[in-house]
Structures are given as C-alpha cells and as structure tokens.
Ligand binder design. Structure first.
Ligand code: HEM
Length: 154
C-alpha cells in the first residue's frame, strides 16, 4: 500500500506546484505587476521571476514522470493495460512539456537578451508570447488534473 501511496503523493504535489504556480503567475502576479510597475521594470521583474519558477517546473516534470511510470507499473501492470484517462494524462503531459520547453529554451533567452540590451518593445512582444504559452499550459494543466481526478475514460 505504501509503495503506491508514496509515488501518488509526490505525483499530486508535483502537479500542484506546476499548475498552481502557473495559476498564481497568470491570474495574480501578472495583473499586480502591470498595475504597480512601468514597462521596463515589469520586464526586469519577469526576467527574474521565470528562471526561479522554471527550476521548480523541472523538478515537477521529473517527479511527475518518475512517479507516474511507477504507478502505472504498480497499479496497472504496464502502459498497454493502463486505463484511457491515464493515457490521456500522458498525452497532456507531453504537450505541456513541449510548450514549457519552447518557453524555457527559446522565449526566456530572448526576453533576457531584450532586457539586457534595454530593447523594451521587443521585450514586451516576447513577454506577450510567453503569456500566451503559459496561459495555454495552465488550461492544459487544469484539464489534465480534472481528467485525472474524475477518471474520465472516453
Ligand atoms: C508522464 C506523465 C504522467 C504519467 C505517466 C501519469 C500517470 C498517473 C497515474 C498512473 C496516476 C494514478 C491513476 C489512478 O490510480 O487511478 C496518476 C494520477 C494523477 N495524475 Fe498523472 N501522470 C502523468 C502526468 C501528469 C500531469 C502532467 C498531471 C497534471 C498536471 C497529472 C496529474 C495527476 C493527478 C492530479 C492525479 C491524481 C488523480 C486522482 O486519483 O485523483 N499527471 N497519474
């Protein structure tokens, strides 16, 4: 029983940190910084916020993958016999990781370069793209959690 409880708990905590972090960034921090800071300061603030959060996202991704695969073997005896909602969850995870990789590997360096060279217009455009990508991943994350919790199998 404990053999399943441990990966299950770590799995749910990792999902909470990733999806909850995006929820906070999108719905609370973003409007608060927009109200409190001018354009350049806002871009500098986000260039500090993202790398700090993204480290935790990598920890969450590793934890979700390792604990998820462990649970599949413990409860369902392999990928082929896993229920449909678990397969949807894995599909959702792959898309979420791809979107996150795009933001971390491609857009964040562009944002940092714009802040470094004080190219505020370009920086604002990159930040708008990051906002859309994180918004998409937030929606996907909420959907995956709802799907997993309800154990929908369609
Ligand atoms: C490699 C990727 C993943 C694998 C292999 C995986 C696998 C699993 C498995 C096997 C379970 C247990 C299902 C059960 O006992 O009925 C589970 C539960 C869960 N997963 Fe995932 N998962 C993955 C990614 C994710 C992601 C990206 C999220 C959310 C962002 C997520 C959220 C959840 C939640 C909330 C539960 C608990 C559902 C419940 O029992 O109420 N998983 N996952």
């Amino acid at each position: 029983m404990l053999a399943f409880t441990l990966p299950y708990t770590l799995h749910v905590l990792a999902a909470l940190i990733w999806v909850g972090g995006m929820f906070f960034a999108w719905l609370i921090l973003r409007p608060a910084l927009a109200a409190a800071l001018d354009g350049p300061s806002r871009l500098r603030a986000w260039a500090e916020v993202f790398p700090r959060f993204f480290g935790w996202v990598w920890v969450s991704i590793a934890t979700l993958a390792i604990s998820g695969v462990a649970m599949i073997h413990l409860r369902f005896n392999g990928f082929e016999t896993a229920p449909r909602y678990v397969q949807w969850m894995m599909g959702g995870a792959i898309v979420m990781v791809a979107v996150f990789l795009r933001v971390h590997a491609l857009l964040l360096p562009q944002l940092r370069a714009a802040v470094h060279s004080e190219a505020w217009t370009e920086g604002a455009q990159v930040l708008a793209r990051i906002r859309r990508m994180v918004g998409l991943n937030l929606l996907l994350g909420l959907l995956v959690v709802a799907l997993a919790s309800a154990r929908w199998s369609f």
